[in-house]
Design a protein around this ligand. Structure first.
Ligand code: GLP
Length: 266
């Protein structure tokens, strides 16, 4: 796993945006996997800026979101569809028909989940999946104990996640207990994963993800099995990493190599 440590959440957003923008420029018909939560907000702001100021073109991009709360209508301000519309889609030139978020009010969740998986396949798979991380190390809503081969399905949220996410709701009792989420197996099929984390409250989850054993108790740790994962984290989220220095050395060597400045010893 490539680990990039940035000095601030703003720098994390800027660095993450360079990866997304490079893909959109190289492959205008790319398929983006998108995430919600407070962490990717800076990334979306930066991409909106690149769209406005540099003409970054999303007109042929397709997107699939990771998850949605069960029971919330797309118009509900805490639904993930609403989040995406207001924080990203309505500010860029993506074709709304090409944006996909699981339906939290599907009548038959099993059929809906299968259809969501099929849709992803029909579009040729996800080129780049943006991921945040829960404080318990979950990706999307794959809570501890989720099968590392899991596919899109319903998932019961842990009380820790319900507590973490209650800050977005007026009343903690309103936080849904169920979500429809891509599985760990679905996520691992993306061609590249971009994991973002900021803040000390994510430090332990990031340590377990990057340096801990691969375990269903920390579903993000399954990313160790993926050949192309880039974790972009701020100093606080990196603060518990044992090999932090080494990750920074790897980035320095990489930059020197790209600039043609790498000195080879005798
Ligand atoms: C929710 C989402 C995850 C997200 C996590 C962290 O559980 N389902 O996709 O990564 O929240 O959110 P935040 O970035 O707000 O800390």
């Amino acid at each position: 796993m490539r680990v990039i440590v940035e000095s601030s959440p703003e720098q994390v957003a800027r660095m993450a945006a360079t990866f997304v923008a490079a893909l959109v420029r190289k492959k205008p018909t790319c398929v983006l996997g998108l995430a919600t939560g407070s962490t990717p907000l800076g990334l979306y702001r930066e991409l909106i800026r690149l769209h406005r100021e540099e003409g970054l073109d999303f007109s042929r991009v397709t997107s699939f979101n990771l998850d949605e709360y069960v029971g919330l209508a797309p118009s509900h301000p805490q639904s993930y569809r609403y989040f995406m519309q207001h924080n990203f889609f309505q500010h860029i030139n993506i074709d709304q028909r090409n944006t996909h978020v699981p339906d939290g009010r599907a009548l038959d969740f099993e059929a809906h989940a299968e259809q969501y998986e099929r849709r992803i396949k029909d579009e040729g798979g996800i080129d780049l999946q943006v991921l945040g991380i829960g404080s318990d190390g979950h990706i999307a809503f794959n809570e501890p104990g989720s099968s590392l081969g899991s596919r899109t399905r319903l998932k019961t949220l842990t009380s820790e996640t319900v507590r973490d996410n209650a800050r977005f709701f007026n009343d903690p009792a309103e936080v849904p207990r169920l979500a429809v989420t891509m599985g760990v197996g679905t996520i691992l099929e993306s061609r590249r994963c971009l994991l973002l984390a900021c803040g000390r409250h994510k430090a332990e989850a990031i340590r377990a993800t990057v340096e801990g054993p691969v375990t269903a108790q920390v579903t993000a740790s399954a990313l160790q099995l993926h050949r192309d994962v880039i974790a972009v984290v701020d100093e606080d989220a990196a603060s518990s990493l044992y090999r932090r220095e080494y990750y920074c050395e790897v980035e320095q060597s990489q930059q020197a190599l790209q600039a043609g400045k790498l000195k080879f010893g005798a």
